[in-house]
Design a protein around this ligand. Structure first.
Ligand code: SF4
Length: 387
């Protein structure tokens, strides 16, 4: 199970709350950026070795690419990776930058899952986030996606927005359920001190909702989703009806199995190494213009890598615990962990697990280690025990 992530770092506007590695007004470099992505993919010529199970095109705003540009990317992915087992190809889109023809082309290219960054259906909250779209544009985007033949749809929602009340948050969830997506992700607005929105809030003497208010939003949304036909499968992630609507790509991260990230600022986790790419699209393109072939990609990364870190077994085990406990309600599969690392997590983490169990933060059965409801609310405290 290896996933491919492709980062498209270009946006039409820069949202003040966003800390992603994104750039506005750089459309002219997109053709060179695509050539660089193709070059980077060629450094991972692992066609015979790993079966790729999912591809995710994220950003930024990948829907600003034309169908021909998407086709060039897919062609080079097919050339360099074994994609015969790919069952999920997702692209992120923003409401308002979509049209029926583009969606039909995406469907024809094999994209079978769309992730819409809606955030809220309350127009005042969307304005507070400086989003260029409205609730009616979100509705239209979902209808357009469904008519294109792509029926696996994720909607990203945000809580913790200034002035958001629990009533307006519940209304957002209700509006989104009426649109009948297959997957919903709930994210809490977190602002770094350097974000534009952080300075905007300080300037206007506005504050973000308290941690308690955010915990109440998360709890009420969980209850609302669980009462509908959605099931939770990880912290912040819900899917509809059957297992096929869980995001295969997210599961790769949650199981801490390999992913290969292509593009400016992307990172990879592959064969005991983490590779971090250069952030700037200009430097990324330049680095991949060189024709020097690396003799040992695994050791040195690709010409776009700015940092390569070797991950030893003990760190990999810790990271697998931290990621796996995010799976709710399944958690860590004890047998699967034992097969992977040749040691039972119960034996390896005996004292830590005992302590967390006593604090009612985790639950240990014969087959799984899971977060309790209390542990889910205090998950960062649990994860810190494995660092
Ligand atoms: S939130 Fe989305 S559209 Fe806004 S800057 Fe970040 S990536 Fe771009």
């Amino acid at each position: 199970m290896t996933a491919i992530y492709i980062h498209i770092p270009f946006c039409r506007v820069h949202c003040p709350y966003s800390d992603y590695n994104t750039y506005v007004g750089m459309d002219s470099v997109i053709p060179n950026y695509i050539s660089a992505l193709q070059n980077e993919a060629s450094y991972y010529s692992i066609k015979e070795q790993d079966e790729i199970t999912s591809i995710y095109i994220g950003g930024g705003t990948p829907s600003i690419l034309s169908p021909d540009q998407l086709l060039s990317i897919f062609t080079s992915i097919e050339k360099n990776f074994n994609v015969s087992h790919v069952t999920e190809i997702t692209i992120e889109v923003n409401p308002g930058i979509l049209n029926g023809d583009l969606l039909k082309s995406m469907h024809q290219l094999g994209i079978n899952r769309i992730s819409i960054g809606a955030q809220s259906t309350n127009n005042l909250e969307l304005q507070a986030l400086n989003c260029s779209y409205t609730k009616s544009m979100i509705n239209k985007s979902v209808i357009d996606v469904m008519s294109s033949g792509i029926n696996n749809i994720n909607i990203d929602l945000l809580y913790g927005i200034p002035h958001q009340s629990n009533k307006s948050w519940k209304k957002t969830i209700k509006d989104i359920l009426l649109l009948d997506p297959t997957h919903i992700s709930l994210n809490c607005l977190e602002l770094s001190k350097t974000s534009q929105m952080h300075s905007y809030l300080s300037k206007h003497n506005l504050t973000l909702p308290s941690d308690d208010a955010n915990a109440a939003h998360y709890k009420s949304a969980s209850e609302q989703l669980n009462r509908s036909n959605f099931k939770q499968y990880a912290i912040t992630l819900w899917h509809k009806d059957n297992k096929l609507t869980m995001s295969r790509h997210n599961l790769t991260y949650l199981k801490n199995t390999y992913h290969i990230g292509l593009g400016a600022g992307a990172n990879s986790w592959y064969k005991s190494h983490r590779y971090y790419n250069i952030n700037s699209p200009y430097s990324y393109i330049k680095s991949l213009e060189s024709k020097i072939k690396y003799s040992s990609r695994q050791k040195n990364g690709t010409p776009a890598s700015s940092n390569v870190i070797y991950v030893n077994k003990s760190t990999e085990m810790n990271e697998t615990m931290i990621m796996g406990l995010r799976l709710v309600p399944s958690g860590i599969d004890i047998q699967e962990f034992q097969q992977r690392f040749n040691i039972s997590p119960i034996a390896h983490y005996e004292k830590t697990l005992e302590k967390l169990d006593k604090q009612n933060l985790i639950n240990i059965t014969k087959t799984n280690i899971t977060l309790t409801n209390h542990g889910e609310l205090l998950s960062n405290r649990v994860f810190s025990e494995f660092i």
